[in-house]
Design a protein around this ligand. Structure first.
Ligand code: SF4
Ligand code: SF4
Length: 289
């Protein structure tokens, strides 16, 4: 199974919209949404849940009042101010470091795992789909992305492709998203910040030795900057495999929870089909190197 992860320097460049379109156009594939902090692919791809699990991504101290003799050692030791004057835990402040458990003379404190999100695997008419949601403000996003990918491994059959909606940015969720993938496609847009984000995220792919391709979304909104981005990509050996024009029908389709392909816009459909065909060609070229 060839793995392709669509990423971007920041959210809102259109990568989920593109992945949702490919979910209709590409056959024999699995899908995954690794943007666990703000997933939205499931809004556009309905399916039947095969399995849903709680995700325990953090630990928290639990104080047993029946054993506590109020010696104060845990409170003195906690660097995060997570134990109050009555020797009760302030959960929001606890980092789960475990230092208090080491100093308690009565073994009145233990660490317990805390639920910080959910993972889901769904059967959809477009292929098996793995996704997850991290609780607001919770930690462990990188490990949750790894869980999403592990579900793919558990449920894969003989699919030819895995198409992943990756996380935006350049942090640990992106690194977890692209780990072990065959190629990445960076979805950019022709703005100054988009250009800068593109260069940064391409740097992450280069660092991990993953072949990277570029798609410029809404390219016609700033043709000069699009030319600059194309020149940068050419200089640095990143093929631009697609340029998608801005089209109000895409916005309308999304407002109706539809993919751009379902908007019956021939021009957009053709551009996205071309992008996929070019990507497949580029992947074949990589195999012969
Ligand atoms: S260290 Fe243990 S016994 Fe002492 S106050 Fe904390 S929980 Fe209670
Ligand atoms: S686990 Fe760490 S952060 Fe939490 S209460 Fe104990 S010492 Fe403080």
């Amino acid at each position: 199974m060839k793995q392709i992860v669509f990423i971007s320097g920041k959210g809102g460049t259109g990568k989920s919209t593109l992945v949702s379109s490919l979910s209709i156009l590409v056959q024999n594939k699995m899908l995954a949404d690794c943007d666990v902090e703000a997933p939205n692919l499931h809004i556009l791809i309905e399916g039947k849940t095969l399995k849903k699990d709680d995700y325990y991504g953090a630990k928290e101290a639990v104080i047993d009042p029946s054993l506590c003799v109020k010696c104060g050692l845990c409170r003195e030791t906690c660097r995060f101010g997570a134990i109050n004057e009555e020797f009760k835990l302030i959960p929001m402040k606890c980092e789960g470091c475990g230092a208090c458990t080491l100093v308690c003379p009565k073994k009145a404190i233990r660490l317990e795992e805390v639920k910080t999100g959910e993972t889901s695997i769904c059967s959809t008419p477009r292929g098996t789909f793995s996704h997850a949601l991290l609780d607001i403000g919770a930690e462990g996003s990188g490990r949750l992305v790894t869980e999403v990918r592990e579900y793919v491994n558990k449920y894969k059959k003989d699919e030819e492709w895995l198409i992943v909606d990756g996380s935006p940015g350049i942090g640990c969720t992106v690194i977890a998203s692209i780990t072990g993938t065959d190629v990445v496609v960076v979805v950019s847009e022709p703005t100054k910040s988009g250009q800068s984000d593109l260069e940064r995220v391409l740097g992450v792919a280069r660092h991990f030795g993953i072949p990277a391709f570029v798609c410029i979304n809404k390219y016609d909104l700033n043709p000069e900057l699009t030319l600059e981005i194309e020149a940068f990509c050419e200089r640095n050996g990143y093929p631009v495999i697609g340029k998608i024009p801005f089209d109000p029908s895409i916005v309308k389709a999304l407002q109706e929870f539809k993919t751009p392909i379902e908007a019956d816009n021939e021009r957009i459909t053709k551009e996205i089909k071309n992008l996929w065909e070019r990507l497949v060609e580029e992947i074949k070229k990589l195999e012969t190197v």
